[in-house]
Design a protein around this ligand. Structure first.
Ligand code: PA5
Length: 472
């Protein structure tokens, strides 16, 4: 399983900048209460904690059948969605498929589909996409929990139009998959009209940024050949380790503190010590998109104006993404010598693999006459990236900069499933520690309303007046 090492956050390692054992123990005393509050809340259908049980109660047969029926028949799978309806899809693809996946031949992809995710509404990206995609060989999966999200609908309308122009109205539906709420929203209306070959339900008790292990993330993953059973099984292992399904107390004693709780605890303690920035820094290109996914999860869940009682508190740690080793040549100077206001979370990979097989790239011995005898000759990139990671860790620790490491024995469906679940649960625990509602996003709404007003959507005229006052 993945492991969390937080030694370099402790006073023993980084002196007064760190956390004392006593501080940790004070949080551990609260574990049982915080954990059971979350489990209790998850029984309330109005609180979106349904993601806690996704690894246990999902029926994935329909997804697997769909993936089988599309394999070898289509070339491209396009996800149209944004935020929680896109970032998990990108992260799974980046972590679990070849970096060059979309350029591989059908044979090399074993008939599985290429993946494109259209989240932003940049006209130049869209122009290039429309000019280059073979729409006749393309499946479009429009994903929106709300079913009305403006960016996703706009992109879907453009793609639908192109599809109809190329294959006709009747055939177009065979290439559309809709993932949305069971009952509500515009997309559900389209699905009910039969405008798709298949529709999937985004469970109402699973919030967008917690939905990667629902149909939202699983459909596109299955269609590109990701083993979604293993992904869920990894998540389930983490859920079991965290005591989501069983009693965490035995003979009046807590069995063990779980890594999700430790992650939340350390972040919360440092936040109170004015270290409010959390940098996620994978030493792996494959895990880089998970920093984006984490950024949304952490920021949108924990950045809140009010506490649960309505008192204004304006809290929230700021998640930042960085990449090892690339950002050693860009960010590390600041992280080591600038303000000591961050915690660095390294994502570390023990064994680099492709399709389960170990990958090692040797630096060759070159012609001595031309290159002399260079110390790099005969080493491997594996050794280089590990040494750089370790060097950075030590240099930060020496400067009393808190850092922790999440280690992956290797990157595969299992470990990725564990990682996703651990951070989702950590977010829920952190929400309790900050005493906020981690599952809403009221701050996103006002900007949306102004946009609707500018676009002429009915019912939003009042916002035009406010816009005029701002831009006299
Ligand atoms: O976490 C969230 O709720 C949001 O970031 C949503 O995922 C995002 O706004 C997209 O929403 P929807 O899936 O309803 O289109």
């Amino acid at each position: 399983m993945i492991k969390l090492d937080y030694e370099n956050c402790m006073t023993k390692k980084i002196g007064k900048e760190g956390i004392s054992i006593r501080e940790l123990e004070n949080y551990y005393k609260k574990f049982s209460k915080i954990h059971s509050t979350i489990i209790k809340k998850s029984q309330d259908k109005d609180i979106p904690l349904g993601w806690l049980y996704l690894p246990f109660n999902q029926h994935i047969d329909k997804i697997l059948d769909l993936a089988k029926s599309l394999r070898w028949k289509y070339d491209n799978f396009v996800v149209v969605g944004i935020g929680g309806s896109a970032l998990g899809n990108i992260a799974l693809q980046t972590a679990l498929k070849d970096k060059n996946w979309n350029n591989l031949t059908t044979k090399h992809r074993a008939g599985w589909l290429r993946l494109f995710v259209l989240d932003n509404v940049d006209p130049t990206t869209m122009k290039s996409f429309l000019e280059n995609i073979d729409i006749k060989r393309t499946i479009i999966n429009v994903i929106s929990k709300a079913g009305n999200t403006v960016e996703s609908l706009a992109t879907f309308f453009i793609l639908y139009d192109k599809l109809v122009k190329n294959v006709g109205k009747k055939n177009a539906n065979k290439q559309i998959i809709i993932s949305t709420d069971r009952e509500k929203g515009y997309l559900r209306e389209l699905a009910n009209k039969g405008l798709c070959r298949e529709s999937f339900v985004v469970p109402s008790n699973v919030g967008g940024r917690f939905s990667v292990l629902s149909s939202v993330g699983l459909v596109s993953a299955a269609c590109t050949g990701v083993d979604i059973k293993e992904l869920l099984s990894g998540a389930k292992n983490m859920a079991m380790k965290c005591g989501v399904k069983e009693d965490i107390v035995e003979n009046h004693k807590i069995k063990h503190i779980n890594p999700a709780y430790i992650f939340a605890t350390i972040n919360h303690i440092f936040y109170k010590k004015e270290k409010k920035l959390c940098v996620m820094m994978p030493y792996s290109d494959q895990l880089y998109s998970f920093s984006d996914w984490f950024r949304q999860l952490w920021a949108e869940s924990l950045g809140k104006a009010k506490d649960v009682n309505g008192k204004i508190i304006n809290v929230g740690p700021t998640p930042i993404k960085a990449l090892g080793v690339t950002d050693q040549h860009s960010q590390i100077q600041l992280y080591r010598e600038g303000p000591n206001d961050k915690i660095i979370v390294f994502l570390s990979v023990d064994k680099h693999t492709v399709n389960g097989k170990s990958v090692e790239i040797k630096i060759p011995h070159l012609d001595k006459k031309l290159f002399a005898d260079h110390y790099l000759f005969g080493l491997t990139l594996n050794k280089l990236i590990k040494s750089e990671e370790h060097g950075t860790r030590v240099s930060l620790t020496q400067a009393n900069r808190p850092n922790m490491t999440i280690s992956f024995p290797q990157i595969n469906e299992n470990t990725v499933g564990e990682f996703i679940y651990m951070l989702e649960l950590a977010t829920a625990y952190a929400g309790e520690m900050f005493n906020i509602n981690a599952f809403d996003q009221p701050g996103v709404e006002l900007g949306k309303n102004y946009t609707y007003a500018l676009l002429g959507r009915k019912g939003f005229e009042k916002y035009l007046k406010e816009l005029k006052i701002c831009f006299k």
